[in-house]
Design a protein around this ligand. Sequence first.
Ligand SMILES: [Zn+2]
Length: 221
Amino acid sequence: MDNPRVSTADPHPLIACHDCDLLQRAPAPQIGTSVCCRRCGARLYRMTRDGLDRCLAMTLAAGVLFIVANAFPIVTLELQGVRAATTLFGAVRALYAQHMELVAALVFFTTILVPALELLAMSWMLGPLKFGRVAPGLSLGYRWVRSARPWGMIEVFMLGVLVSLAKLSHLASVEPGVALWSFGALVMLLAAAASSFEPHELWARVDALAAEADPQPMRIA
Ligand SMILES: [Zn+2]
C-alpha cells in the first residue's frame, strides 16, 4: 500500500522510492515482474496483468462471507439441556449489557465496522474501474483503506474465539456455527485481497482513463 503514484503518460516515468526517497526512472513494464529500487532494493511495485480484477473478485467474495458471518450464529452452546447461540453483533450487545462498554465498542469497531467499511471502500474503488470509470472520491477511499486496514482485527477475534471454544468444550457441548467457518474463510480472503492489491496498477488505470477523457499531457502527481 506504500507504493508511490506514477503517470502512465511517460513510458519511463519518474518514481520515488518510499524507503530511501531516491528519484529514478521506471523501467519498461514487463508483466509478472517486480520493480525494485536500484539503491536500497525495496520493491516499488509489481507488474500484474489482472491484479486489480482478482482483488475485486476476492473483495466481493469477502463481502458475501462478511454478511454470512454476521447473519448466522458463531457458535451454539448446550449445557444441561439449555441451548444458547449468538451472532457477532449479539456478542457485542451482551458485552454492552454486562457493563463492558469499552470492550463492546472495541469488538464492534475492529471486527464489524472497520472490515465493513474497508470492503465497501475497496468495492467502491475497484468496481467502477472494472467498467472503465473512476469512482468519485477514489483518492479519499484509497487513503481511508490505507489508514483503516491496521484496525481490522478479525483474525485476532478468531483466535480469541477458538481459544475460548477449546476451553468451553470441557464444560459444555460446543457446536461451531456457519459464521465461524465464514469468519475463517473471510480472514483468508481478506489477506489474499490485500496481497493482490497493487496501488501502481490502480493509479495507472486511473491515469489512463484520465488521459482518454483529457488528452492534454499529464503531470506526475
Ligand atoms: Zn530505495
